[in-house]
Design a protein around this ligand. Structure first.
Ligand SMILES: Nc1ncnc2c1ncn2[C@@H]1O[C@H](COP(=O)(O)OP(=O)(O)O)[C@@H](O)[C@H]1O
Ligand SMILES: [Mg+2]
Length: 307
C-alpha cells in the first residue's frame, strides 16, 4: 500500500472572528486564522492593529462577538479550563505577570502541582522544560535575580512543563536586547521543529519575523490583509505599506538600488542568509566581479535558488 504523506490539519483555527470592545468600532473583523503542529506563525501589524485582541480570542481570554475558535477537534468553549490550560499556553507581554513563586524550579512546578501531577514526575518535566529554554543550572536561583530575557524564557518553561500543543506569545521579543531577541526566537523555532508544537507569536519586528517564522498574517485595523510564507510576504513592499509596516532592514539597500537603477535583479533578500546568497551571486557568478553588467536576473538564475 502506498503511503501518502498528508499535510497535518490545523491544531488551532479561527473562522470569521469579529470582536468589538465598544460600540464605536471593531477590533477584529472577519479574521480567519490557522496554525499547524510544527509551524511557527506570526501575527504582524503596527500598534493597535488588533494583535493582542486576536491572541486573546485564540486563547479563550475573550469571547468573540462573531465566529468561532477551534482547538484540535472542537470549539474552544467546549473545553474545561484545566484541559485548556494543559493544551494551550499563553505567554503575556510582561513576563512579571506570570511569575508566581520565588525560586526558578518552584516557579516552573507551579502548573503541574496545581493539576496534581506526581511530584517526582513533575520535577523531571520541570527540569526538562528549563533545559529546553536554556535555563539549565538556574533551578535554585531567585526569580527576582533573573534578567528580563531569562525571565521571559522562564515564563516559556512554565508552559512547556504542561506539554502543550499550542504556545502563543504576545510580543515575545519586546524589551530584549539583540542577543536576547535572537535567543528567544531560536528557542521558539526549535520548539516548533523539534517538539512539534504549534507556535504563534505577535510582533512588529519584521527582521526577526522574516528569519524565524514559517508563515505570517498581516493584520491591519482588525483585518487580515494577507497571509503567506514569511519570506515571500515580507518582501512585498506594496503590501507592507498597506499594513503600515516596512521591508526588513537587510532588504532596504537592495530594494532602493533596484528601484533607482532600474535593475532587474532577482527577488530582494529579506534575511541575512538570503542577503549573503545574493551577494555571492552578485560577486562570483560573473567573470567580472564588479557586477557592472549585472542587469538581468534571468540570465544568471535566482539568488534564492542558490541559497
Ligand atoms: N480594553 C480595551 N477597551 C477598548 N478598546 C481596546 C481595549 N483593548 C484594545 N482596544 C483597542 O482595540 C484595538 C486593537 O488593540 P490591540 O489588540 O491591543 O492591538 P495591538 O496588540 O496590535 O497593538 C485598538 O484600537 C485598541 O485601542
Ligand atoms: Mg498588543
Amino acid at each position: 500500500m502506498a503511503l501518502v504523506e498528508e499535510t497535518p490539519g490545523p491544531v488551532l483555527s479561527a473562522i470569521n472572528l469579529g470582536y468589538a470592545y465598544t460600540s464605536k468600532g471593531f477590533a477584529l473583523r472577519g479574521v480567519n486564522f490557522f496554525v499547524r503542529a510544527g509551524e511557527a506563525v506570526g501575527i504582524l501589524g503596527k500598534n493597535g492593529a488588533g494583535k493582542t485582541t486576536l491572541i486573546r480570542a485564540l486563547s479563550g481570554l475573550l469571547t468573540p462577538n462573531q465566529g468561532e475558535v477551534w482547538l484540535k477537534d472542537r470549539p474552544l468553549q467546549n473545553y474545561k479550563n484545566s484541559e485548556l490550560y494543559r493544551t494551550l499556553g499563553l505567554v503575556f507581554q510582561n513576563p512579571n505577570d506570570q511569575v508566581v513563586e520565588f525560586r526558578v524550579l518552584e516557579d516552573v512546578l507551579f502548573g503541574p502541582k496545581n493539576l496534581g501531577v506526581d511530584p517526582l514526575k513533575a520535577k523531571g518535566r520541570a527540569l526538562n522544560a528549563l533545559k529546553r529554554v536554556g535555563l539549565e543550572g538556574f533551578e535554585e536561583r531567585l526569580v527576582r535575580t533573573l534578567s528580563f530575557g531569562e525571565m521571559k524564557r522562564l515564563s516559556i518553561a512554565g508552559l512547556l512543563v504542561m506539554d502543550p500543543s499550542v504556545l502563543i506569545l504576545d510580543e515575545p521579543t519586546q524589551g530584549l536586547d539583540p542577543a536576547g531577541e535572537v535567543a528567544v526566537m531560536r528557542i521558539l523555532k526549535k520548539l516548533a521543529k523539534s517538539s512539534n508544537i504549534a507556535v504563534v507569536v505577535t510582533t512588529h519586528n519584521l527582521d526577526l519575523a522574516a528569519s524565524f517564522l514559517d508563515r505570517v498574517y498581516l493584520l491591519d485595523k482588525g483585518q487580515v490583509l494577507a497571509e503567506g510564507p514569511s519570506d515571500s510576504l515580507l518582501r512585498d513592499e506594496g503590501l507592507l505599506k498597506k499594513a503600515n509596516l516596512r521591508l526588513p532592514y537587510v532588504g532596504k539597500p537592495f530594494s532602493s538600488l533596484k528601484r533607482q537603477k532600474g535593475l532587474s535583479w532577482p527577488e530582494v533578500p529579506v534575511t541575512l542568509k538570503q542577503a549573503r546568497a545574493f551577494l555571492k551571486w552578485l560577486f562570483y557568478s560573473n567573470s567580472n566581479p564588479s557586477g557592472a553588467s549585472r542587469s538581468t536576473a534571468g540570465e544568471k538564475g535566482s539568488a534564492q535558488s542558490q541559497a
